[in-house]
Design a binder for this molecule. Structure first.
Ligand code: 4AZ
Length: 243
């Protein structure tokens, strides 16, 4: 997250960090049911069929393995599914959505780890304030590491036509844009797969953008409302409307 502030425990109880064993955080995700996490397909381009080596952590402000023991709920991943229409490495970032099934359910919901309802409202109002959170880069630089603490920022829903005219063919059906016009607030690499929430509903999954926080280039999100059938088929997610 570029231009963000530190989250408080319980502020984003649906947020998870996805790691490969004891290695570094590589993507975010959202708990959508006791057993399923929604994330981005492109997170797994370089880890095809390695789902059973992954783990997810919820209810923690840090992703770091050594401090994870101090709190949070870590689960092994049992299986995963990338959208069957996702094409790794293609210029078209269409169907950038995936689900992970955890080996042990998130049995006990708490105010620190909890499922989020899927937004069904479409379209969302242009200009609406939404929140994006994650441990991704805080500056758009290849040398940047993931953030140590969970960050979040506020971005606004952008006009779809105006945004697709900037991104062209890269943006698929069922994608939306959200950003901050002056620049300086955005999701960035490492936030991928994580939640864009609008009125407390999961409206988008962090997908891609032209750099991060560049004025005039909002972030692109896979819209949950554009993939409801797929999400319902592959998760036990519940839906609700953003107000
Ligand atoms: C990335 O590289 C990435 N500003 C994710 C989100 C955004 C840009 C890049 C959105 O994964």
């Amino acid at each position: 997250i570029v231009g963000g502030e530190k989250a408080e425990l319980g502020q984003f109880p649906h947020q998870v960090s996805i790691r490969q064993q004891q290695r570094t955080h590589f993507c975010g995700g959202s708990i959508v049911s006791k057993t399923h996490v929604l994330t981005a397909a492109h997170c797994f381009d370089d880890k095809p069929n390695m789902f059973n080596q992954l783990m997810v952590t919820a209810g923690s402000l840090t992703w770091m393995p050594n401090t994870l023991t101090a709190g949070g709920y870590t689960r092994d991943v049992k299986d995963g599914l990338v959208h069957e229409k996702w094409v790794p490495g293609a210029n078209k970032k269409w169907y950038d959505i995936a689900v992970l099934e955890v080996a042990e359910p998130f049995e006990e919901w708490s105010n620190q780890a909890n499922a989020i309802l899927i937004n069904t409202k479409e379209p969302l109002d242009v200009g609406m304030d939404c929140h994006v959170s994650g441990w991704g880069r805080t500056v758009d630089s290849d040398s940047a590491k993931p953030a140590e603490e969970l960050l979040w920022t506020t971005v606004q829903i952008k006009d779809l036509e105006a945004c697709s005219s900037k991104y062209g063919d890269a943006m698929g059906p069922g994608s939306i844009c959200a950003g901050y016009d002056p620049g300086g607030k955005d999701s960035c690499q490492g936030d991928s797969g994580g939640p864009l929430t609008c009125d407390g509903r999961l409206a988008g999954v962090v997908s891609f953008g032209h750099g991060c926080a560049v004025a005039g280039f909002p972030g692109v999100y896979t819209a949950t409302s554009g993939h409801l059938d797929w999400i319902r088929e592959h998760t036990g997610a519940q839906s609700g409307q953003a107000r």
